[in-house]
Write a protein that binds this ligand. Structure first.
Ligand code: HMG
Ligand code: MG
Length: 298
């Protein structure tokens, strides 16, 4: 039986813009987030507090977070890699943070310069300090299906990392198919393993659509009881430390599918598509989503 209600977590301003070669003006990022706030989305990951040398596209996270108009009822989150990042985020009154690591050694090392075992204490410190500041923490596990360096990743390995993150006290784990290789049968075995240990309401799915399988994977996840999905307006996104990774599933395509299946999302499709076209103009290249294509041809 399918769920009747789903939460979409918009990651475009973070996952989307971190992968664009062009630096988007701070004022345009702010305007975009303000527009996204009016679409009915309840959660927006607005930026990250990683090292600005590693992700220069989001070096203005302080200003973005301080300048957006926060709409009551919307959670404004940011990605944080370590205690230095947490300090920066708390200084801007972030509502919530996300910590992140990979299920595979290869990607973890490339992305955050540490082994998996070296990463746990770094994240634990972040979670402990965030909790002291009354800030909730979400956990991401990347490369849950395959790693661009190590190949296929076993569900057991994902379970191990997710388990450690829950032990630290994250309230939800988002499972990322970072390079968008996964297909529904793989999502099924992954979730079969994880759902033996955690209820579906504690897991979110984060699909990149590199090979066009993201919505099929969403459907499989829905069938298995998952009710939270990450997506990016305009299908923006990717990880610069995972070669070939392309955009997240587009929020407007995900929202179309869910709404047409009578699954409530609370999101206004027209407002969403308007905000996608706003960012398309600022980026200066055609963004790829089916809903944008349809709107362009109308
Ligand atoms: P490092 O070089 O090993 O850091 O980078 P370090 O701890 O050795 O520190 C070196 C210097 O950087 C120090 O300065 C620190 O203060 C400074 P110094 O003392 O030499 O002057 N520093 C910082 N400055 C500002 N903000 C900070 C910060 N941290 C250290 N937060 C680090 C380690 C983790 C920082 C680096 O590797 C990094 O920033 N990586 C981020 C990579 C990234 O953002 N990747 C994309 C996001 S993950 C993703 O997209 C996947 C996801 O979408 C899910 C999916 O799709 O699978 C979430
Ligand atoms: Mg991602």
């Amino acid at each position: 039986k399918l769920p009747t209600k789903v939460t979409i977590k918009e990651v475009g301003p973070r996952d989307g813009l971190q992968n664009e070669s062009k630096f988007i003006d701070t004022k345009d990022k702010i305007e975009w987030i303000n527009r996204l706030s009016k679409t009915g989305l309840s959660y927006i990951e607005v930026s990250s507090f990683v090292h600005p040398k590693w992700i220069p596209q989001l070096a203005d996270s302080e200003e973005v977070l301080k300048s957006i108009q926060k709409k009551p009822g919307v959670t404004y989150a940011a990605l944080v890699p370590n205690i230095r990042g947490l300090e920066r985020a708390l200084n801007c009154q972030v509502d919530e943070i996300s910590v992140f690591m990979s299920a595979s050694e290869g990607h973890n090392k490339q992305n955050i310069n540490k082994t998996i075992d070296e990463t746990f204490p770094v994240l634990k410190e972040v979670v402990d300090e965030a909790k002291k500041a009354n800030v909730k923490v979400r956990g991401y596990v990347s490369t849950v299906i395959a790693c661009p360096y190590d190949g296929l990743v076993a569900p057991k390995q994902v379970l191990k990392v997710a388990d450690r993150l829950f032990d630290m006290g994250v309230y939800e784990v988002s499972l990322g198919d970072t390079i968008g290789v996964g297909v529904p049968t793989q999502v099924e075995s992954l979730l079969e393993t994880l759902l033996k240990h955690f209820p579906p309401n504690l897991l979110a799915m984060h699909f990149h659509d590199t090979r066009g399988t993201a919505l099929a994977n969403v459907l499989k996840s829905l069938e298995m009881g998952i009710t939270t999905f990450d997506s990016s307006t305009g299908g923006l996104g990717g990880c610069p430390y995972a070669k070939g990774a392309s955009g997240n599933v587009a929020t407007e395509d995900l929202n179309y599918m869910l709404s047409a299946m009578h699954i409530e999302t609370g999101i206004n499709p027209e407002a969403l598509i308007d905000s996608a076209f706003f960012m398309e103009e600022k980026i200066g290249k055609i963004l790829i989503s089916k809903q944008m294509e349809i709107a362009r041809n109308e």
